[in-house]
Structure formats: structure tokens, C-alpha cells
Design a protein around this ligand. Structure first.
Ligand code: BGC
Length: 747
């Protein structure tokens, strides 16, 4: 690079740095200015997030307006009438003592009006661009309603398919979750926080909520600090690095201390280590829920615990509003603590540009369900779909007569999934509609009215339809309400009489394609051998129909890969690929199944190790798994050198051949194992992935660069370390395959 250009780049970087720091100096000054004029009452007001139920649409009460007029509220959740948003904001800006604008929040989790696949589905795309676009579209659509704060992304690592909220999670892997976290934050917050159509994001739920015991929602979590730091924290760190402005404390207790009163996570990690300068909001009533937890004796004590822990804003419960000043009088909390909360909140309001432009974005024509948004939702649904099994049944061809069967083949609301208060089923395109629009020869018979339906009344018609067809496409799974918050299941197989119907359809002898729409992996043991192909569509959203139509007919290639290990049964959970080894690792060589144990066998382990006698040790499908239409062959993994010196890098590569009949975009995955560590290390960890397009008949080399940073982890002294020694490495199509190579890290 020529010297002049280099100097110019340095000068520009300097100017932009100066601009940023003078902007933040300006914001800090304004914050102090306002703070110095605020009454104590008003300061407490800023810490209050007033919730209204998503279903209440009644008139604004005078009491509520007066509360805003007096500066008693800092933000609102779920004000769904834009007229009310305008009116409340006008009162705050024009009539409250210091004219501090409100923030309006809503759970916009995977789309506002245009609904994208559920977050677990988005994670299955392994595609940051798709995730970012979904968040951008959400922000653009929500801006019309004045919503500038979303309680998303959910970044809870989830290793248990029984947990209903696995549907909202980015899956089980910290690396994939971190990539997605960055993408979601960029999408929601846009290029500039003070644009009228950017929403501030909220990284939630801080922390380890996904580790709820037994997958039962809200349950206690016991997670040692190494695990917190190596597994549960990285996606949050990525979100903060990407500029997330808010974070939500979770419902669960972590090692005995509820998150909303947990100084260790809210102060030590968040503020001292991560230097987070946005604000922390509680979850819905999670401050006063510390009472049933047994961590606070009453509301006042709960407020004291949360304030002392450093929680800035209370969602829906009113313990700060009711007791903060009394606690101050009693010397239990200080005005400086309150000032810090207000500073954090005002700083974000300034960054959002609310003081200059507090009002809702006015648009000439509504952008809800805009054509480009629907196309983006369709693309996301296509890219999230995972092909799990295929006995050469897919793709379909248009000459085949199809029997379209199942409770989710034409379920416009259920295909949207959990957390879709605003998505309108009338805009959904169902698979049945998509087949009809494409003038496909098909007969439709739902067979079951909804996923839990136990009645066999519709079987006869469904079987008759199957008998008249060449291929059966059964679209079943779970209704939207069976996953999401507080919707955990112990038995994660297909609910209702779906398995019986599949059995009856199988008996017709026709090829049978199972398409699953669900918020979690589904136990398939009873039907695995009765179906010829399995497609996991998650809850795909508004454009489920066109997306599935394209996938089933080979107009689009399945690119999705599992973001979670798929268990054989709920009883196998928690199950995850990146587990540590035991001293007696399970292996196929020594496994003796329950039916192979001789009657009266002598009391011994029979060579069995860490597994279930009746379920083995392998999952149904491994993390990272997904088939293509066609065949990709991986050669062995090659390392450029058997030794890696600190501060240097090595290249790892693998040649891939496309032996099938289609061009394919392959998700090539890089896994590493640290063989011996200060603490036991996972058997494998994802450290990178790439989407590589491979034309039919072509061979390409996939390459990754490994640096010592990729080998870092938190040891038993809570230090980030990279230890000398042996490492294994795989370039692979999923976490269970690939040919291992090795290298040694030396000084
Ligand atoms: C959920 C949060 C959500 C909040 C507000 C809670 O029940 O746990 O994820 O953001 O409600 O609706």
C-alpha cells in the first residue's frame, strides 16, 4: 500500500475515533446535566418498566397518563396501540419535569408481522447473514408501531430438548451461538442506534437459564464457574462486543443465587470484566420472584437484593417504585447506586437519539409484510430446513400424485411457532396452499385436526388419499403452544395419534415423507423405520409453505444443519456433543444392550460404560448433522504442520468432492479437541464453519486457519489459558464424522 493511502487511513481512523469519543463525552455531559436536575422520585421512575399484558387494548387510564406526567415511568412494555405510544411519549417529553422520553418495548423474537423461523430454526441455518436480515426486517416493521426495544436475542445455550424454551435458543454450541448473537445485534440495532428504525437489543437471559434442571422451566441451575465462562457466557460476550445495549437477568438461580440478585454476574462479570455500559432489566417480576425462591423475605427485601446486585430497571413488579426511597432512608442503599442506574438508562436513551427525535417513525405506506420481507422470510425458512433422512424419496417430481396429510399441513397460526403475538395467520402461506398455488396434483386429508388430536376419525380418509397417490407427505409435529416458555415436555415424541396415523400410512406401502414442524427435536424411535424421508422444518414462519414446497421439490437444496444434538428420547437429555469424556468412555465395541444380557448373568459391568442399557449412548442425529440431495465426500483432514508455535498459525484443510447430481452449498465444520487440560476438556468443540458452494462433479479444498486464540479456555483458576500439548482436529460434515488429524502446541 502506498504510504499516502496508509497515512490517510490512519488519519480517518483517528478522526472517527475522536468523533466517537467526543460524542460519548457529550452524552455523558448531558446525562449528568439531566441527572443533576432530577428529583429522587423521577430517578426512581426511570428504573420502572411498566408492563401491560399483550392482550389488553383498552383506553389509556388517567392514572397512567399522570404517572408519565410525574416522571414515574421510564419505559413501557406491550403498548400496542400506536396512538397510545404517541400520546404517552408526548406527555413524557412535553409535560414531565425533565422531558425524558420513554422507551417502548416488545418481545419481537423472530419477526414482528412477517414471521421468520423460530430462533432454533434460524440457528439451523448456520448463516449469519440470514439471521441479521431477519432482525433488520423485524426492526423495520416494529418501528411503525413505535417499538424501539426488543427482548431478543435469547442467547441461552440449551442442551435439553425437553425444555420448552429450546425453541427460542441458539442451540447447544457457544461458537455458533456467538456468531448468531453478533448477527442478531447488528440486525436489530442497524447501522446507527439513533435511526428511527433501529431497535435496541436485549441479550437474555443472563445467565445459564438454559441449564434448568431436567429441562423444567425456571428451574434451579448448578453450573460451575468454568462452565459458565467456557459455555454459557461466550454468546453474551459476543453480543456485548457487537454493541448490545441491554441485558435481561434470568428467572433461575445460579448455584443458589437468583440471577436478579446476583452480584457475581451483574457486577463482577458484566461491569467489572466486560465493561458493559448499557442497562440491565429484570425479567417479568423476577425481582419479586426472589421471594418464592427463598432469597428475599418480602418486596422491600427483594428490591434491596436487586439494587445491591446492580439491576438497573425492574420489569412489571414495582418493588423499586414502592421501596427504593425507604431503603435509602434506612441507609440500605445509596443515592449514588440509584444515580448509576439512571445514568445507564439515560445513556442508552441518548444513544437511541430519543432526546432529539422521540417519536415513532412515520412511513408513507406500511412496510408490514412487504414483498421483500416475505422473500427474506422464505429464504430463512429454506435455509433453516434440515434433511434428516432420505431413502431416495426426495426430491419429489411433479409427475407424482401426492397425498398431503397431517395436522400441520394447513395450520396457518401453528406454523408461526412460539412468541408471535403480532404475526397474523391470514398472511401465512401453508404447505397446502403452496402445493395448490403451484398447481400440483395432490389430495389433502389432514387425518388429525391438531397435533395432540387422539381421535382416529380422520384416518380412513387419510388412508384412502394415500392409497390413491404415489407418495405421501405427512406434515406433523407440535402445535406452536407445545414449545416456548413454560412448555416443557417429558415425552418429546409426536403428540396425539400422529404415530398411529404414520403407522397406518406406512402400511399402505407408499413412500412416506415426514415433515416435522416443531419447537424442539422430536423422539423418532417408534417411527424412524416407517418413514422414507424426514425433513425438519422447525416452526418456519409466515412463508412455511413456499419454502417447503421448494425444498420438497428440489427447487432449493436443504442447507440446514442441526444446532443441537437430536436425542432418541427425552430420557437421554441433557445430551450434547461437546461433553467431557469419562474415564470409561462409551464405545460401540463394548456395548451390551439390555436384551443381550444373558439371563442370570454374573454381576459385572459386562464391559458397559457410560450409557443407558436401553438407549445406548449415541443420539438419533449428531450436532451439525444434515443431509444434501446428493453426496459430498470428505477426504482426510490435513494440517500444514504438526507443530504450532504461539503467535503463529497453521492451516487445516480438507478436499471435498461433490459426487451427486446437484450443485450444493455445504456447511463445512471445524472441530478441535484439547487432549489434556488443567480441567477436563470437551471431546470436540466447534471452532469455525464455512458455507462452500460445490458444483456438480467438482472438488474443492476447504481451509481454515488455526491460531492459539482458537485454543483458549478458562482453567480452574479462572484464567484464560492456552496450554502446550496435543490437539486433535477434524474438518467434517457434522460433529460425529470427519477424519482426525493432530498437531502439538509448543512454545
Ligand atoms: C420471558 C422473557 C420476556 C418477558 C417479557 C418473560 O416471561 O422470560 O423472555 O422477554 O417475559 O415479555
Amino acid at each position: 500500500m502506498n504510504q499516502l493511502i496508509r497515512l490517510l487511513i490512519i488519519a480517518l481512523a483517528f478522526v472517527s475515533c475522536q468523533e466517537k469519543s467526543s460524542k460519548s463525552d457529550y452524552i455523558e455531559q448531558r446525562v449528568e446535566e439531566i441527572l443533576s436536575k432530577m428529583s429522587l422520585q423521577e430517578k426512581v421512575g426511570q428504573t420502572s418498566l411498566r408492563g401491560t399484558s399483550s392482550r389488553v387494548k383498552g383506553d389509556l387510564s388517567e392514572d397512567l397518563k399522570n404517572a408519565v406526567r410525574n416522571g414515574e415511568i421510564g419505559a413501557f412494555l406491550n403498548v400496542m396501540n400506536p396512538k397510545y405510544v404517541d400520546e404517552l411519549q408526548r406527555i413524557a417529553v412535553e409535560e414531565s419535569p425533565n422531558g425524558i422520553p420513554l422507551i417502548f418495548a416488545r418481545d419481537i423474537i423472530h419477526g414482528y408481522k412477517t414471521i421468520f423461523p423460530i430462533p432454533l430454526g434460524m440457528a439451523a441455518s448456520w448463516n449469519a447473514e440470514v439471521a441479521e436480515t431477519s432482525a433488520r426486517v423485524s426492526a423495520i416493521e416494529a418501528a411503525e408501531s413505535g417499538i424501539r426495544w426488543t427482548f431478543s436475542p435469547m442467547l441461552d445455550i440449551a442442551r435439553d430438548a425437553r425444555w420448552g424454551r429450546i425453541a427460542e435458543s441458539p442451540g447447544e454450541d457457544p461458537y455458533l451461538a456467538s456468531v448468531l448473537a453478533t448477527a442478531f445485534i447488528k440486525g436489530y440495532q442497524g447501522d446507527s442506534l439513533n435511526s428511527e428504525n433501529s431497535m435496541i437489543a436485549c441479550a437474555k437471559h443472563f445467565l445459564a437459564y438454559g441449564a434448568a434442571e431436567g429441562g423444567r422451566d425456571y428451574n434451579t441451575t448448578i453450573v460451575n464457574e468454568e462452565l459458565l465462562r467456557n459455555v454459557y457466557l461466550p454468546p453474551f460476550k459476543a453480543a456485548f462486543d457487537a454493541g448490545a445495549q441491554t441485558v435481561m437477568s434470568s428467572f433461575n438461580d445460579i448455584n443458589g443465587v437468583p440471577a436478579s440478585g446476583n452480584k457475581f454476574i451483574l457486577k463482577k462479570i458484566l461491569r467489572d470484566e466486560y465493561n458493559f455500559d448499557g442497562f440491565v432489566v429484570s425479567d417479568w417480576n423476577s425481582v419479586t420472584e426472589m421471594i418464592p425462591h427463598g432469597y428475599a423475605k418480602d418486596d422491600k427485601h427483594a428490591a434491596e437484593r436487586a439494587i445491591t446486585a446492580g439491576l438497573d430497571m425492574e420489569m412489571t413488579s414495582t418493588s423499586y417504585e414502592d421501596y427504593l426511597l425507604a431503603l435509602m432512608d434506612e441507609g440500605k442503599v445509596t443515592e449514588e447506586q440509584l444515580n448509576d442506574f439512571v445514568r445507564n438508562i439515560l445513556r442508552v436513551k441518548f444513544r437511541m437519539g430519543l432526546f432529539e427525535n422521540p417519536y415513532r417513525e412515520k412511513v408513507d405506506a406500511s412496510r408490514w409484510y412487504a414483498q421483500s420481507h416475505l422473500e427474506a422470510a422464505k429464504e430463512a425458512a429454506v435455509k433453516s430446513t434440515v434433511l434428516l433422512k432420505n431413502n431416495k424419496t426426495l426430491p419429489l417430481n411433479k409427475n407424482q400424485r401426492i397425498a398431503l396429510i397431517g395436522p400441520l399441513a394447513d395450520a396457518p397460526v401453528d406454523q408461526l411457532g412460539t412468541w408471535t403475538f403480532d404475526g397474523d395467520g391470514n398472511y401465512s402461506v401453508t404447505p397446502k396452499q403452496a402445493f395448490a398455488e403451484n398447481k400440483y396434483k395432490f389430495v389433502f386429508a389432514e387425518g388429525l385436526k391438531y397435533s395432540r388430536d387422539k381421535s382416529s376419525a380422520g384416518f380412513k380418509k387419510a388412508i384412502a388419499a394415500a392409497e390413491k397417490s404415489d407418495v405421501i407427505v405427512f406434515i406433523g409435529g407440535e402445535e406452536a403452544i407445545l414449545s416456548g416458555e413454560a412448555h416443557s415436555r417429558a415425552d418429546i415424541s409426536l403428540p396425539g395419534a400422529q404415530e398411529q396415523l404414520i403407522d397406518a400410512l406406512h402400511k399402505t406401502g407408499k413412500p412416506l415423507v415426514l415433515v416435522i414442524m416443531a419447537g424442539r427435536p422430536i423422539a423418532l424411535g417408534n417411527i424412524m423405520d416407517k418413514v422414507d424421508a424426514i425433513v425438519m422444518a422447525w416452526h418456519p414462519g409466515t412463508m412455511a409453505g413456499p419454502a417447503l414446497y421448494d425444498i420438497l421439490n428440489g427447487k432449493a437444496q436443504p442447507e440446514g444443519r442441526l444446532p443441537v444434538t437430536w436425542p432418541k428420547q427425552g430420557a437421554q437429555c441433557p445430551i450434547y456433543y461437546n461433553h467431557p469424556n469419562t474415564g470409561r468412555p462409551a464405545s460401540a465395541d463394548s456395548f451390551v444392550g439390555i436384551n443381550d444380557i444373558p439371563v442370570g448373568a454374573w454381576q459385572s459391568s459386562l464391559g458397559n460404560n457410560s450409557h443407558y442399557l436401553d438407549l445406548g449412548f449415541e443420539p438419533q442425529f449428531p450436532f451439525g448433522y444434515g443431509l444434501n440431495y446428493g453426496e459430498i465426500e470428505y477426504e482426510k483432514t490435513i494440517v500444514s504442520s504438526g507443530k504450532l508455535r504461539r503467535n503463529e498459525t497453521i492451516q487445516v484443510s480438507c478436499t471435498l468432492h461433490n459426487k451427486g447430481n446437484y450443485p450444493i452449498t455445504e456447511t463445512v465444520q471445524l472441530y478441535i479437541q484439547d487432549v489434556v487440560g488443567d480441567i477436563v476438556r470437551p471431546v470436540k468443540e466447534l471452532k469455525g464453519f464455512k458455507k462452500i458452494r460445490i458444483a456438480k462433479g467438482e472438488s474443492v479444498s476447504a481451509e481454515f486457519t488455526i491460531s492459539t486464540k482458537d485454543l483458549e479456555y478458562v482453567d480452574s483458576s479462572m484464567n484464560y489459558v492456552v496450554e502446550d500439548g496435543d490437539f486433535n482436529v477434524w474438518i467434517a460434515p457434522n460433529s460425529a464424522e470427519g477424519i482426525k488429524a493432530s498437531f502439538e502446541l509448543i512454545e
